[in-house]
Design a binder for this molecule. Sequence first.
Ligand code: PEP
Ligand code: MN
Length: 337
Amino acid sequence: MIIILKQQANETKVKALIEEIQQQGMQTHYSQGSDVTIIGLVGDTSRVDEDKLRANDVVADVRRISEPYKAANRRFHPNDTHITVGGHTIGEGFFHVMAGPCSVESEEQLCTVAQSVKRSGATFLRGGAFKPRTSPYSFQGLEADGLMLLREARRLTGLPIVTEIMSEAQLDEFADVDILQVGARNMQNFRLLKALGHTDKPVLLKRGMSATIEEWLMSAEYIMAGGNEKVILCERGVRTFETMIRNNLDISAVPLLKKQSHLPVIIDPSHAAGIAWMVEPLSRAAIAAGADGLMIEVHNNPKAALCDGAQSLNLDQFAEVMKEVQRRAAFEGKIMD
Ligand code: PEP
Ligand code: MN
């Protein structure tokens, strides 16, 4: 980080600033040029408050040259993170498909879908019990009954469950959920992120629909700063000017995240496209780009789905997509178990 000082800055105030920075555990390098005078900060600058520095009357500008996230940064954690959950390993070298309905609707629906996706090769069951819908008049999920059905489907199939948590007040209710999903709309629910940081639960953190990659990694940082390093990033498409698809899948996020971070990266082609037939080509792209898995919406009768029917695959379509996914993931040398 570099602090650019104002011309003719008061020397006593500059000295006080340097001392303050050093007291925070950083080294400082003062360099006076003919036009500009700068202070270079060396050390862990992730906790430095840039706004506070800018407010200092000797400071003209502050520039970051390293990323503001530390725990999620590959620079400080060169090895890939692997997360073990329900006997499966998630992370580089492995490939998992989390499949299931957008929302849990009934015992018959969930158990039919769960058994079928398991037969097709999915290793996790997804399903929303609490649904963050754009309209308060839309189906909000079966809530606690939905969680009960997810437990029932897990007992029946052995598939670990992934479901969305919307508030820190739900942590006890979600205690036996295998992976806690933080949805796009909650990516910056910082109280929730902080609370998740104090658990040891794997968290699938979806990208906010208009979030930059840095903002997304800072949300991961919130969880990790609390001590929970089990974070899985899930790209689910971002909002652009395009209207023919629901969101734009940011495929470049995969190699970028893999370079910047050590966390596992999953692609959700269902919410990205919003169109069922596009799930297969986008899944292929995800594998080619280096993703560690997919999250795919599957329904036994998409036409009658209470949520996201247009993007849901039926059971046979999912089975077909899985054949292609297995073939391509094997080609990339991924282990799928
Ligand atoms: C979901 O997974 O059903 C969901 C609501 O996803 P997102 O938060 O990505 O919109
Ligand atoms: Mn959905």
